[in-house]
Design a protein around this ligand. Structure first.
Ligand code: TXA
Ligand code: MG
Length: 341
């Protein structure tokens, strides 16, 4: 398949180009588009054949449901059951980097939800994503636009590496803002449950929803409850190379030196502040220990970069499990082949 690359400037786009991409969606084709979290691989959510092609293009297991994206929060009302009180709460967080799991109505095809009676909905804040959905005049089903198992794409170049020749259109709209997939929260029970940590932190969720449940698997401390969080059982975000995560601690530097001795040519992914301890070694800088936002934004990019070097192992310094650090560690624990606590 020949992939059309559409360059679109997110801050100053020509509607004509968005309309061109929207015509592909309407025709049942696959269109990759930027969101503020990561790039998405989209198709008309109401077209079963188109949605089936998403699973084929990224090699995704069919038991892992997709998120339906809308341009306006009001539009979800045709597709989900939600009471007024809850609707008012989720309005506060939209548009933005968060996905809500809600009871679905019949008009969402089973292929989108992997046969569940719930559907995940998201209203992205990215101007290109919103304009594309609006011009397509339909909800767009979209997983992250990576090959299954690979780190999510945060830069158009990552999308091209993974999906060139496998999709109809790639909208190249610059680097994304957050670099971590949306927070996923299940709102189908009385007490909301966090299914995937993301840019909207547990503290923020607590502020809006009151008591929320945070299962142990979020911290990699228990087996995933597959019935509730079907996507979290897969090893994700994984470089091909052996990847060792060092959990955050006061003696992390000694641990890394000790571990590095076992390898010929290790690559250390370290904080700006710690580079001085690895002066004669290969390093990549993840960001500042004082700025988890910076680390989150770079995370998937540096995992891809590290995989391309000729080092024989990747050793990554972890962050603390607090605030955005919870999401960063959730992804790193899944990316790692080995974890040192
Ligand atoms: O930031 C994001 O969320 C990006 C952009 C493109 O929106 N999308 C994304 O999609 O990360 P994906 O498919 O890579 O991850 C969606 C997650 C998966 O873990 C999936 O299992 C879960 O949401 N999910 C989808 N529908 C669900 C449902 N009905 N119940 C429980 N989990 C669901
Ligand atoms: Mg994904």
């Amino acid at each position: 398949m020949q992939t059309k690359i559409l360059e679109i400037d997110p801050l100053n786009f020509q509607l004509e180009k968005i309309k061109e991409a929207a015509e592909y969606i309407k025709a049942g084709k696959l269109v990759v588009f930027p969101t503020e979290t990561v790039y998405g691989l989209g198709a008309n959510a109401l077209d079963e054949t188109a949605v089936k092609n998403i699973f084929i293009a990224k090699g995704r297991p069919s038991d892992n449901p997709l998120i339906a994206h809308f341009s306006d929060i009001k539009d979800i009302l045709d597709f989900v059951e939600i009471d007024k009180n809850l609707f008012e709460k989720i309005k506060i967080l939209t548009p933005g980097p968060i996905t809500f799991v809600l009871k679905k109505k019949k008009n969402i095809p089973d292929i989108v939800t992997a046969g569940r009676n719930t559907v995940a909905v998201r209203i992205p804040a990215h101007p290109i994503a919103r304009a594309l959905i609006k011009e397509s005049n339909t909800p767009i089903a979209a997983p992250s636009a990576n090959l299954s198992g690979k780190p999510s794409p945060t830069d158009p170049q990552h999308v091209i590496e993974d999906l060139n020749g496998r999709v109809d259109v790639i909208i190249s709209g610059g680097k994304v803002d957050f670099g971590l997939e949306s927070t996923v929260i299940d709102l189908t029970e009385k007490i909301p449950t966090l299914l995937r940590p993301g840019p909207i932190t547990p503290e923020k969720l607590h502020e809006i929803f009151g008591k929320i449940e945070i299962p142990e698997f979020i911290y990699g401390k228990a087996k995933v409850d597959v019935a509730r969080a079907p996507g979290m059982k897969y090893r994700h975000y994984a470089p091909d190379k052996k990847t060792i995560l060092i959990e955050y601690s006061g003696n992390r530097i000694e641990k890394i030196h000790q571990l590095a001795k076992n390898y010929k040519n290790p690559l250390i992914i370290t904080f700006k502040e710690d580079t001085k301890y690895f002066s004669n070694m290969d390093i990549l800088v993840s960001g500042s220990i004082e700025n988890y936002f910076e680390i989150a934004t770079n995370l998937f990019g540096f995992l891809r970069e590290a995989d391309k070097t000729n080092n024989d192992v990747i050793i990554i310094e972890g962050v603390e499990d607090k605030g955005l650090g919870i999401s960063i560690m959730n992804r790193l624990r899944k990316a790692a082949t080995e974890i040192w606590r």
